[in-house]
Design a binder for this molecule. Structure first.
Ligand SMILES: [Mg+2]
Length: 322
């Protein structure tokens, strides 16, 4: 950023997200932002969804809002900024268990680099999903495996990272069932028994980087509709697993992928959705739409980078001296 002198920064810190490292880095972060010329006001989240409340109550007084925590903290911050209709940049210091969104976006997962990306980076316009009356950042999904993120306990997530999700996925495999749905995507209709369905704006889903080379962009005004038919036999499951590993999911005959602006999901029975890993309510009819360039997020690099496979950052190294 060219000149940040006297810019007012609201720094929202979730001290208990992910590996609880925010507290450890907080003074260094504030010191670095202060050195760079920001006038920093720091708040810690206290209860669930509190980052949203802090934004709603205070963000209108600031030039930039920076949140420090997991993807959930970022989501609360983005939802608050969207709700207020503010045109100010959002900075994200990712301290969650997997940080999928940060990696997908090119936001550094190293604390020092993430701080520098806010100070010296640039605001990138990013699309946000509207789901009914709510917002989502990277995925609104139904079906099997969607409950993984919020059913997987925090201690397990911290200890095992992505492996916690995979372990939960294996457990869920034995409980999987079909979800009958009717789906309309920009005028195209689909109906079937699905294993999984989603409106997505991400390379990775449930921590699995499966949508490479499929034209996913975060600022193209489009989401990806993903529908996976229920497996008819074990070979279909093995074939899909193989395509996920080889990043050739779009070639799999039981997978449908469309780039679209509006998606309507309809079900015979109320069906639970997950929004960015959190419970998103049960729906019989719900619309997902893309809000193009709805927010600006500070990023380090001029181009989006690819999600690095199996990258795991544990933040144990000492950050650079601020
Ligand atoms: Mg997109």
């Amino acid at each position: 950023m060219a000149n940040v002198r006297n810019q007012k920064m609201l720094l929202i810190v979730n001290p208990v997200s992910g590996k609880k490292l925010a507290k450890q880095y907080m003074m260094r972060m504030i010191n670095r932002f202060d050195q760079a010329g920001y006038n920093v006001t720091a708040c810690c989240t206290q209860i669930n969804k509190n980052a949203y409340d802090i934004v709603m109550n205070r963000a209108h007084q600031f030039d930039i809002v920076v949140c420090c925590g997991g993807d959930g903290t970022l989501k609360e911050t983005v939802c608050g900024i969207m709700q207020l209709g503010l045109d100010i940049p959002i900075g994200y210091l990712p301290m969650g268990s997997t940080n999928d969104f940060a990696k997908s976006m090119g936001i550094p997962t190293d604390v020092h680099d993430a701080v520098e990306a806010i100070i010296n980076g640039e605001p990138k316009p990013v699309d946000i999903g509207k789901f009914g009356e709510e917002f989502f950042i990277y995925v609104a999904a139904f079906g099997n495996f969607t409950a993984i993120s919020y059913s997987c306990n925090q201690k397990l997530k911290n200890a095992l990272g992505k492996n916690a999700y995979y372990m939960q996925a294996v457990a869920d495999f034995f409980r999987m069932k079909p979800y009958h749905a009717r789906v309309e995507a920009d005028g195209e209709f689909f109906e079937g028994d699905y294993f999984y369905g989603a409106a997505s704006n991400s390379y990775g889903i449930a921590g699995m980087p499966v949508l490479h080379n499929m034209g996913v962009e975060f600022d193209d005004g489009l989401h990806e509709l993903i529908l996976v038919n229920m497996f008819k036999n074990p070979m279909e499951l093995l074939s899909l697993a193989n395509d996920m590993v080889n990043k050739t999911v779009s070639d799999n005959p039981i997978v449908t992928i469309r780039h679209c602006k509006h998606i309507r999901f309809e079900f015979d029975d109320p069906t639970p959705f997950t929004l960015d890993g959190e419970f998103g309510g049960e729906h019989t009819s719900v619309e997902a739409a893309t809000l193009k360039h709805a927010v600006k997020i500070m990023v380090q690099r001029p181009e989006w980078i690819s999600l690095e496979e199996n990258e795991e950052h544990d933040f144990v190294e000492e950050p650079h001296e601020a």
